[in-house]
Design a protein around this ligand. Structure first.
Ligand SMILES: Cc1cc2nc3c(=O)[nH]c(=O)nc-3n(C[C@H](O)[C@H](O)[C@H](O)COP(=O)(O)OP(=O)(O)OC[C@H]3O[C@@H](n4cnc5c(N)ncnc54)[C@H](O)[C@@H]3O)c2cc1C
Length: 403
């Protein structure tokens, strides 16, 4: 007996939108999460313009804006000798946002419920249930409740990088890379950003500042993972040593007040095959990468749409599960692979090779090229497009003419 078309484990950026979109198409959806909402996670929370575009398509962007989330109209990359600053978005979706996860995730859960999904908060999945090699449901319990089984045609792991679904089905991993960067952040008051998302790049060091809800700004600092063990003994002074490399920013920070402890993470990088008999993966469960390019939420939104399309085709009989889901995997991988490679390279914090430094120099002062550079970092355009030989040649020739 299948009570649901799908059970989704995880109700945050990947799970709730997937549940909402499937429920809007009339499918029977149960979403479970051991967390209750609103609640926080260790994550900064930049949503790039294409992520905001997803929210707009779903009719949720106005709700986010109504919470007082400040827009980011400019991304600025300070390399020391110069800064590349530009507009991150498109004409239709010009700005990004940095909503607190307490606000964003709750908004997504509410939208899923509104669409007709059943949501069980405080429900922990203990194990995935199999029948003859096929995933058929989950076994779990509500807080203080007894263990129950629930059945569905497809169980979706939207349960983050330590996915219980991926673990149970032994989802194959590929393009794996170890953690490359150790990053720490905290929230500061008295540090207005005026719509700018600022990133600082120095040899083997990186930092960023971005404004979120409630007049708070997240300030991030990071170093190569090789220094993780040594530096974790004194996060605060190592954090400030990074930001002191940018004296103008350090002065602004001195006038501000740190409002929280430090939160830190060092993430492994991998893809997982996102489907098999009776199961699927979406969000970090299927594709996890270093947060340096802040793509996770935007990727989760896009993949929620793609997975919904594939499962809708399956549930309506338009396409067999294997074919629809192979299309989902292919589309995901083709879309994100250039950004994955770019992200992993950036996360080493190694000084860019000479050719790249020359390119950065040529981009500086050319507003079209700076917008392109910023859009590449935001994921609005692919690194494959921005760093294509024709585009690089155009930028270098433009610099020669200008010089
Ligand atoms: C330090 C750091 C900074 C980041 N900064 C950014 C950024 O600025 N922008 C950006 O886009 N991304 C950022 N990311 C990445 C982003 O946080 C993730 O990509 C995003 O949260 C993925 O969403 P998700 O829904 O796939 O998984 P998650 O947000 O991890 O949600 C998984 C959910 O599954 C639930 N769950 C797990 N197991 C079970 C179980 N057994 N039973 C019931 N429930 C379960 C959990 O309770 C959780 O609520 C950052 C990550 C880190 C660590």
């Amino acid at each position: 007996m299948q009570s649901y078309d799908t059970i989704i484990i995880g109700a945050r950026c990947a799970g709730s939108p997937t549940g909402m979109l499937l429920a809007r198409k009339g499918h029977r959806v149960l979403i479970v999460d051991r967390a209750t909402f609103p609640s926080d996670v260790v994550s900064t929370h930049v949503v790039h313009p294409l992520g905001a575009a997803s929210l707009a398509r779903w009719g949720l962007l106005d709700r986010l804006i109504a919470t007082g989330c400040p827009p980011m109209h400019t991304y600025a990359f300070d390399f020391g000798p110069f800064t590349l600053a530009g507009a991150p978005g498109t004409t239709e979706s010009p700005v990004g946002y940095c909503p607190r996860r307490t606000i964003l995730d709750k908004l997504l859960v509410d939208a899923a419920i509104e669409a007709g999904a059943e949501v069980r908060e405080g429900f922990t999945v203990e194990e995935v249930v199999f029948d003859d090699g096929q995933v058929v449901g989950v076994r779990g319990h509500s807080k203080g409740g007894k263990t129950v089984d629930e059945r569905a045609r497809i169980v979706i792991g939207a349960d983050g990088r330590h996915s219980v679904v991926a673990e149970a089905v032994q989802a194959p991993r590929y393009y794996e890379k170890p953690p490359l960067l150790a990053a720490y952040y905290s929230y500061w008051s008295g540090l207005p950003m005026d719509g700018r998302f600022e990133t600082f790049v120095r040899p083997n060091r990186g930092g960023a500042a971005v404004e979120t809800h409630g007049g708070l700004t997240i300030v991030i600092a990071g170093w190569p993972y090789a220094e993780f063990d040594t530096n974790k003994r004194d996060v605060e002074s190592n954090y400030h040593k990074v930001l002191d490399l940018v004296p103008a920013f350090a002065a602004r920070l001195q006038a501000a007040k740190r409002e929280t402890q430090f939160f830190g993470a060092a993430l492994p990088n991998f893809f997982r095959k996102p489907f098999g008999p009776g199961w699927a993966l979406v969000g970090d469960a299927g594709y996890n990468k270093d947060p340096i390019t802040a793509q996770g939420i935007t990727d989760a939104f896009r993949d929620a749409e793609r997975l919904t399309m594939a499962l809708d085709e399956t549930f309506t009989g338009a396409r067999p599960f294997e074919a629809a889901m192979a299309g989902y995997q292919r589309a995901r991988d083709e879309h994100v692979l250039p950004m994955y490679q770019f992200t992993c390279q950036l996360a080493t914090l190694a000084p860019p090779p000479l050719e790249m430094q020359q390119l950065f120099g040529a981009i500086h002062g050319n507003q079209t090229a700076m917008d392109g550079f910023v859009r590449m970092n935001a994921g609005t355009i692919s690194p494959a497009q921005f760093l294509s030989p024709e585009n690089v040649r155009r930028i270098m020739e433009g610099a020669q003419i200008a010089g």
